[in-house]
Every structure is written in C-alpha cells, then in structure tokens.
Design a protein around this ligand. Structure first.
Ligand code: CP
Ligand code: NVA
Length: 327
C-alpha cells in the first residue's frame, strides 16, 4: 500500500489509500472556512505569488491531480485552476457535461465515488448548490466550488485578497453591491459576516437578497437600499456583476428592462469614498451593469482581481491538500 507523500490532515490521497480515512475538508461556500483559515490562505497567497513572480519553482503538489468538472462555461476559473495546479507541480484534467457520462445522467453520487478514487482534489462549476453538496458527501477528496447558482467563493477569495493588496484589511469597511443579488453577491454577504464588514446592496424590486438562500447567519452586516445612489454613498468598494447569470438566459430581456437604472457609472462612483475601488468578477458588459469609463478607469482593479484568482486558488489547494504550510 502506497504511503501518502504529504501529511494532510482531513484528506485522503488519490484512490483513498490511507489506512484510516478521515472526512476531507471542502470549500463549497465561503463560510466553510473560519476567518483564521481564510487569513492563513491570504498569507500563503502573498508568499506563493511573490515566489512565482521571482520565477522560483514551488512544486508541493507533485504527482497530485485536480479534476475540474464544468457544467457551465468559463475562461478565468478553468485557466486559473489548470495553470495553478501545473505551477504547483501537479496535473489538471478537464471534464465537461458535454463529453463525459455526467451529461448522460450518471448519478452525481456515483461520479463522486469514481472520480475521487482517481484524483486528489476536485473543482466543480455547476447549477444548484445541492449538486455540489451531494458530490462532496460522496467524495473521498476535497471539493472546491468553482461557481454554483448560489455561490462563487473562489471569486470572493480573490476579491478580498485584491482589496487587501490595495487598501489593507477589509474589516470595518463598506462594500456597495449594485445589481443582481446573485451568486457573487451572496458570497460577498457571507464574507461580510466572516470578516466583519458591511455590504450595502441595491437591487431592482423583485431581485432582492434572500438571506436564507445567501446562507447568512443574520442581517447585521448588510443593508438594502432601493436607490443605488444611496448604496454607494461613502463606500470603500463598489462592485457589480452581469444582470443575467449563466442558467438564467431565458430572463435576459426582462432583466435588461428591470436593471436599466442599476448601471455603475462615473456619477455613481463620485458618491463613493474618494479612494473607492471598483471590482467586477468578469466577464463584463460595458454599457449594461457598468459604464466603460468606470471599468476602464483609474479606480478599477478588475485585472488584479482576475490575476489573483490564480494565486489565491493555489494557496487554497495547498491548504486543502497539505494543511497549514508555514511561510
Ligand atoms: N469570474 C469568473 O469566474 O470567470 P469565468 O466565468 O471566466 O470563470
Ligand atoms: N454571476 C455570474 C458570474 C460569472 C463568473 C454567473 O453566474 O454567470
């Protein structure tokens, strides 16, 4: 029986060949991790990013395999996980519903059993959160949420790290979310509870935050505003996302009409704090949820956000597979 190459409490190496398997840790929602764990991931991100920029090889995941399952499209998530695993010394395999048995009705529980016997870590982008929860319950290895209808925790990991790089700790700050109360918004709201900051949300009527769906413990860290102007006033960070998320395309026209007054433009940004940042998870639609002058303007940090997907997810995979590595 092969011995595991690394001590990784909470995980079982590929094929589950450890003698006394324990339940793996997963990252299915942001609040699955404590603030202390997330801060550890950020500390490791800083170190891993610095080493990478200096071209210093770091291959702690040599011989480890990441399987990436995509039921929705992606540019950033696929690229950052695939490149990230390669840079850590491991390999990444891409599976989509189009070209695997997942698209032909194989039960998600069976897929989880099989896939997790052949790899060390799994990333899934899918529809309902329930699908990834079921997969994780039957997986021998850590599962990462690469976006569901409800949450996008890897995105907010990168966003908060980006805020930290530009402005320092986010605790006590105010984030203004303008637009749809979608997966990215829900994850910002969870992050506000974990890190202790406030989110001012403004959505059109009928698209309001549903605290239960967002997985919130309470409502202490967010406030809803009917008028987006009131939500951005004094904010340290203004952020938005597409009006129609993947999976909701049938609502496109209705949403276009409903969200017309929820575009983040320069007039709106002028009401935020003078040093406010602008973020967008991308892909963006200039002229819809954001004006070109904002996303391409001096307050925008969208390219840093996108790049930091790579570095934060490398730290996340290191943590899930190897536990706490000292910097
Ligand atoms: N922000 C984000 O997750 O982008 P992709 O859909 O390109 O992965
Ligand atoms: N809310 C968007 C995010 C894309 C990265 C979607 O789910 O389509």
């Amino acid at each position: 029986m092969a011995a595991p190459m690394h001590s990784s409490p909470g995980t079982v190496p590929a094929g589950g060949h450890a003698s006394a398997p324990t339940l793996p840790r997963h990252f299915l929602q942001l609040k699955d991790f404590t603030r202390d764990e997330l801060e550890h991931v950020f500390a490791r991100t800083r170190r891993i990013k610095e080493q990478f920029k200096r071209y210093e090889p770091y291959h702690p995941l040599f011989d480890r395999t990441l399987v990436m399952i995509f039921e929705k499209q992606s540019t950033r998530t696929r690229l950052s996980f695939e490149a990230g695993m390669h840079q850590l010394g491991g390999a990444a395999i891409f599976l989509s519903t189009r070209d695997s048995q997942l698209g032909r009705g194989e039960p998600v529980e069976d897929a989880a059993q099989v896939i997790s016997r052949m790899c060390d870590i799994v990333m899934i982008r899918t529809f309902e959160q329930d699908i990834i929860e079921r997969f994780a319950r039957h997986s021998r290895v850590p599962v990462i949420n690469g976006l569901t209808n409800e949450y996008h925790p890897c995105q907010i990991l990168a966003d908060i790290y980006t805020f930290l790089e530009h402005r320092g700790p986010i605790a006590g700050k105010t984030v203004a979310w303008i637009g749809d109360s979608n997966n990215v918004c829900n994850t910002w709201l969870q992050a506000a509870e974990v890190f202790g900051f406030n989110v001012h949300v403004s959505t059109p009527p009928g698209y309001e935050v549903e605290p239960e769906r967002a997985g919130l413990f309470g409502t202490d860290h967010f406030e809803a505003f009917a008028d987006p102007i009131d939500a951005v006033r004094g904010a340290d960070l203004v952020t938005t996302d597409v009006w129609t998320s993947m999976g909701f395309e049938a609502e496109n026209e209705a949403r276009r009409r409903a969200f017309a007054d929820w575009q983040v433009d320069a007039d709106m940004m002028r009401l935020a704090a003078p040093d406010a940042l602008f973020m967008h998870c991308l892909p963006a639609h200039r002229g819809e949820e954001v004006a070109a002058e904002v996303i391409d303007g001096p307050q925008s940090v969208v390219w840093d956000e996108a790049e930091n997907r790579l570095h934060t997810q490398k730290a996340l995979m290191e943590y899930l597979l190897l536990g706490r590595v000292n910097s």
